[in-house]
Design a protein around this ligand. Structure first.
Ligand SMILES: Nc1ncnc2c1ncn2[C@@H]1O[C@H](COP(=O)(O)OP(=O)(O)OP(=O)(O)O)[C@@H](O)[C@H]1O
Length: 244
């Protein structure tokens, strides 16, 4: 059974259609990039999976459990976590307080301290700055903290919305290196919204390409780099610009 199944999903905001007929499955331990131009529906897809927006059609399943109609908290309990676009760390709380915010739903209180230590091992800079206010961290450090906070719910599937947003390219490299390492260490299934298909191809994985709320392509991210599908998704037909 696949980890995640998205079948014929539609999302609307009032009269505005954001997604229609979206279907794909994700296997355990897979790394899937969701790519596509502004307004393609990437964030709406992640929000639909984690229960933050309602679907108007179709079905979303995790290991056979249907997610539609469940609260975001109930979905988180099934082992899904979402790191939102813009990171949304609590600037006036310390790094460590931010890490503890996500632990309310956990029953294994004794393991929380071990997990915090584990996060400091994966992100040494967070350990060094554990007593600093999150608002004083750099953008890259805040992105690490947002990912660390997501890990505190002990997820099996983690979704990250545009981790490269607003970060310098070398910092983006570090964030991706950390995500790839975490995946290897924890066996995480990762779904990452990444607008740069070139970046997705460099990191490696599978890519679902969205355009206008539809799936325009699904395959190996590296294979998309030169594809006409990608150029069409970003620029419309009959254009030959490089879609990065
Ligand atoms: N809260 C909302 N109310 C109304 N329309 C919305 C809302 N959120 C998104 N939309 C619309 O739904 C469509 C898909 O938006 P979405 O944010 O999912 O796309 P995206 O691919 O994540 O875009 P971006 O790369 O700009 O973040 C767009 O037409 C957008 O204007």
């Amino acid at each position: 059974m696949s980890k995640l199944g998205v079948f014929d999903v539609a999302v609307r905001y009032g009269k505005v259609p954001a997604l229609s007929d979206v279907s794909f499955t994700v296997q355990e331990g897979e790394r899937l990039f969701i790519s596509g131009p502004n307004g393609a529906g990437k964030s709406s897809l992640l929000k639909a999976i984690c229960g933050a927006v309602a679907t108007t059609h179709g079905r979303i399943e995790v290991e056979g459990d249907v997610l539609n109609g469940r609260s975001p908290e109930a979905i988180a309990r099934l082992g899904l976590t979402m790191v939102p676009e813009g990171r949304e760390v609590f600037g006036t709380l310390t790094v460590e307080e931010n890490l503890r915010v996500g632990t309310g739903i956990r029953k294994d209180k004794a393991a929380i301290e071990t997990d915090i230590d584990g996060i400091y091992q994966s992100f040494p800079i967070l350990g060094e700055r554990r007593h600093a206010n999150a608002g004083a961290l750099s953008g890259g450090q805040q992105q690490m903290l947002a990912i660390g906070r997501g890990l505190m719910t002990n997820p099996k599937l983690m979704m990250v919305d545009e981790p490269s947003l607003g970060l310098a390219p070398n910092i983006v490299d570090q964030v991706y290196e950390t995500l790839v390492n975490l995946q290897a260490e924890r066996g995480l299934t990762l779904i990452i919204v990444e607008q740069s298909s070139a970046r997705a191809a460099r990191v490696g994985g599978r890519m679902v390409l969205l355009r206008g709320g539809h799936v325009a392509g699904d395959g190996d991210a590296a294979g998309f780099a030169e594809s006409d599908l990608l150029k069409e998704a970003y620029f419309g037909q009959n254009q030959s610009e490089d879609a990065t």
